[in-house]
Design a protein around this ligand. Sequence first.
Ligand SMILES: Cc1cc2nc3c(=O)[nH]c(=O)nc-3n(C[C@H](O)[C@H](O)[C@H](O)COP(=O)(O)OP(=O)(O)OC[C@H]3O[C@@H](n4cnc5c(N)ncnc54)[C@H](O)[C@@H]3O)c2cc1C
Length: 294
Amino acid sequence: MSVPSVVQSVTGAKVERLPLARFTTLGVGGDSEVWTVQNHAQLAEAMSAPYRILGGGSNLVVSDAGVPERVIRLGGEFARTDLMPDPALSTPELLITGWVGGGVPLPGLLRKIQKLGYSNLEGTVGIPAQLGGAIWMNAGTRFGETFDGLHSLEIAAPDGKRTVTPDELHWGYRDSGIPRNHIVTRARLKLRPSTPEEVQTRMDAADIARKGQPKNRTPGCAFKNPGNGLPGAGQLIDQAGLKGRRVGNAMIAPEHANFIVNLGGASAHDVHALLDEIRAAVEVPLALEYELWP
Ligand SMILES: Cc1cc2nc3c(=O)[nH]c(=O)nc-3n(C[C@H](O)[C@H](O)[C@H](O)COP(=O)(O)OP(=O)(O)OC[C@H]3O[C@@H](n4cnc5c(N)ncnc54)[C@H](O)[C@@H]3O)c2cc1C
């Protein structure tokens, strides 16, 4: 079988054909054309043909055939962190940081913020996203969400870039209101002065709630809880007797039935087969929590 060649970038973006399994927490996903961009010129070129933006790959099940579009990854200036409070914008009660790139991994960012003794984002501890991906879907837990610590953000679209504040977006629960494929390139954070110890204590509390989640590779929860007083998705899948059910090397986690894990070498095909089994066995309609690419 012939391998499709990759185009050459005129702005110096790195263009490679790579397995997306390498960039997803589930560890599945076939070869695709990956554009790693360092600056706005490279990003604009990458966005000049159909594309998808990849963050931490922690909410994705990517097809074994990969995707036909360009896959953009943020590097260079979009992966820098400036947490120095901006004196022109900050007050003693509220610190507005410099710019933090959309491609910065959230866990390391939270660690730095904790060491500085700054508060507001610790409710998002344990979410293996990049900052841009976490902002795009306002990722969070019952202890807090990404928009709690957001002052302003820069968004790139095919027609140019703009800076907005959260007030200008229709954001809400797990939703930023930012259109799909508009790329969060960087953000200024809005943090409160606290102490490293206090921030750590709140992070520990949020972390304890994750006890019982599986340690294997996974894209997080498979289905949204149906609400309306019904049991959670995990409980419904468990009641259907599917805990531990395995197809190929994908398994419904014995620890928590709303997680599908990769035991090593699983394919997207295996994961889809398990999702279909769950839909067939659970009588309540369940909405998928993660995204399927393509
Ligand atoms: C172990 C585990 C635990 C999790 N726990 C939680 C939790 O507690 N709460 C929660 O909300 N989620 C949780 N998730 C899900 C996931 O981490 C979030 O949905 C997260 O926001 C995905 O961000 P990402 O950077 O990994 O995005 P990806 O998975 O790479 O992409 C997801 C979507 O975001 C878009 N996107 C990515 N980067 C950008 C960007 N820079 N600009 C615009 N759009 C972008 C992508 O195009 C795609 O549409 C968990 C996942 C795992 C694996």
